[in-house]
Design a protein around this ligand. Structure first.
Ligand code: ZN
Length: 178
């Protein structure tokens, strides 16, 4: 094989792996949703193996820091007994916020792969970029938009459903008040 074909094949293989891991992250996001949380899921991969997983638990835990990525980074740190998670890739269904992006830099994670952009709080390029900030001592490689449509739809379906539930509750309350 010529070098350029070889490169293309390995790029395609990486893209297929990224999609497969992102599907696993979406399944974790569904776990969060089952617990009434905003559906965001994350996992950490080293040498093509999942070493830690996490999903959003902020409401259940009464903890603003219990984002999917933080849960995942905490679990991985316990596992490897090191806060530095070198040569790992973090997959998450939604673009990380400033807190999670900061933790990824501290943990020296090598690569970030995320699904949907977060135009309101995204800190990997949308609102700001903390993961590729040259002022910091560590930058991550970033791949965005992996299964972006499906990841985004998982979130918008959740918020649609929640709005409908709130509306139904309001109408039921109104009826009772009559
Ligand atoms: Zn976050």
């Amino acid at each position: 094989m010529s070098k350029s074909i070889e490169n293309r094949v390995s790029l395609e293989q990486q893209a297929a792996k990224d999609e497969a891991f992102m599907r696993q992250a979406m399944a974790l996001a569904a776990q969060a949703e089952l617990q009434g949380e905003v559906p965001v899921g994350a996992l950490l991969v080293k040498d093509d193996r999942v070493i830690a997983t996490g999903y959003n638990l902020s409401i259940c835990r009464h903890d603003a820091s219990a984002h999917a990525e933080m849960e995942c980074i905490r679990a991985a740190g316990q596992l490897v007994e090191n806060y530095r998670l070198l040569d790992t890739t973090l997959y998450v269904t939604l673009e990380p916020c400033a807190m999670c992006a900061g933790a990824m830099v501290h943990a020296r994670i090598g690569r970030l792969v995320y699904g949907a952009d977060d135009l309101k709080t995204g800190a990997a390029g949308s609102v700001m970029d903390l993961v590729r900030n040259s002022a910091f001592n560590h930058q991550l490689e970033v791949t965005s938009g992996v299964l972006a449509g499906e990841c985004g739809e998982q979130l918008s379906a959740f918020f649609r459903r929640r709005r409908q539930e709130k509306k139904a509750l309001k109408m039921a309350e109104k009826k009772q008040g009559q």
